[in-house]
Design a protein around this ligand. Structure first.
Ligand SMILES: Nc1ncnc2c1ncn2[C@@H]1O[C@H](COP(=O)(O)OP(=O)(O)O)[C@@H](O)[C@H]1O
Ligand SMILES: [Mg+2]
Length: 349
């Protein structure tokens, strides 16, 4: 398998979702009466990825690197500044609201915070039924039986459909959010940190449910997380984001066995190894400093200001290249694409 292919059964098939050079800039307004635009927050700055039918693609990076904005721009919740989003061969960018509506059913989103994303004043039945009612897909007894089936599908007791979100635990609330997202029988789910707000003990149950649903319903997921260990077990491939762009993309095994970008290597080196002797002996790659502002990213390679390799290994002339040239996301002999001029696969875990 290569990074651009998905799981074997998906290989060779057309991607269900193809994102090319996606950007999303937010204007920074000045003070004063006129509020001129004085700058741009480059939240997403040239993201390309493909999602294949039935595939789970993890999208990982530190908080603020543009993961949610990527998800929202793909879903048209916040239109992209530029770039292309093709769903099942149809270009979505630039579509009118009316033309977009039927396609909206096919891509659904599940948010991180089940407390904030569910209307607290509605009973669970209404929350899950709402998309079916809005799209005029069911009413009466059919609506009731479809909501029951959806609740069962996500492991909730249909008898509890008249309860309110506050009567459920965090994990159960996230299941309600998933049931609602599945109501319109989508083909793609964007899962924006679906377990980040949950206790670790509950996370595994929700992740197992998502994996099970993928297998049973043939869904494809863009699974967003800030933590590599969360996406490790569920993802077929993983894309690592830093400051608005993807810096490495590979099958999950390749990313963990042969991380090639210094940023990915640093993220992996923060994951504890269960073997205490190996854990003691390993060298940690510490990420220094904060993520630079996306309003004013460093020239050339955006990661260079926090890069160990840049600081400790590269010669001055090599550093010059990092400062002057933006590294393309391409395979430099490590087996998968990484956006580093000096990409080199090393074992960290
Ligand atoms: N509506 C907005 N207006 C201005 N800046 C925004 C807006 N939404 C997000 N941003 C900025 O875009 C960057 C990426 O944010 P986000 O996509 O939420 O990151 P992540 O999901 O990876 O934590 C951040 O710097 C954030 O402050
Ligand atoms: Mg986010």
């Amino acid at each position: 398998m290569t990074a651009t292919e998905a799981r074997p059964e998906a290989a060779g098939r057309e991607p269900i979702l193809k994102v090319t050079d996606l950007t999303k800039y937010f204007p920074i307004k000045g003070r004063g009466l006129i509020r001129r635009t004085v700058g741009q927050v480059k939240a997403v700055d040239g993201v390309s990825l493909e999602l294949h039918p039935g595939e789970i693609l993890g999208l990982v990076g530190e908080s603020g690197c543009g993961k949610s904005t990527t998800g929202r721009a793909i879903m048209h919740l916040q239109p992209a500044t530029s770039g292309s989003v093709v769903f099942q061969g149809r270009e979505l960018t630039g579509l009118s609201r009316g033309k977009m509506r039927p396609l909206r059913r096919d891509i659904q989103i599940v948010f991180q915070d089940p407390y904030a994303s569910l209307n607290p004043r509605l009973p669970v039945f209404d929350i899950v039924a709402e998309p079916l009612i809005i799209h005029k897909l069911a009413k009466g007894e059919e609506l009731r039986s479809r909501v029951r089936a959806l609740l069962e599908l996500v492991g909730l007791n249909p008898e509890h459909a008249n309860r309110f979100p506050s009567e459920f635990s965090g994990g159960q609330r996230q299941r309600i959010g998933i049931a609602r997202a599945l109501a319109l029988e989508p083909k793609v789910l964007v899962l924006d940190e679906p377990v980040s707000a949950l206790d670790v003990s509950i996370q595994a149950g929700v992740i197992n449910l998502l994996e099970d649903l993928r297998d049973r319903l043939g869904l494809a997921y863009l699974f967003i997380a800030h933590d590599l260990s969360v996406v490790r077990h569920i993802s077929d491939r993983i894309a690592v984001m830093y400051l608005g762009w993807i810096i490495e993309i590979a099958t999950t095994d390749d990313l963990f066995d042969k991380p090639s970008h210094p940023y990915t290597q640093a993220l992996l080196s923060a994951i504890p190894i269960p073997d205490p002797r190996r854990e003691r002996e390993r060298k940690r790659i510490i990420l220094t400093g904060d993520v630079p502002s996306p309003a004013n990213p460093p020239s050339g390679c955006r990661f260079r200001t926090r890069c160990q390799k840049f600081a400790n290994v590269l010669s001055e002339s090599q550093q010059t290249k990092c400062i002057d040239e933006e590294p393309a996301l391409e395979d430099r002999g490590t087996g998968h694409p990484a956006a580093c001029h000096y990409a080199e696969a090393i074992r960290v875990l």
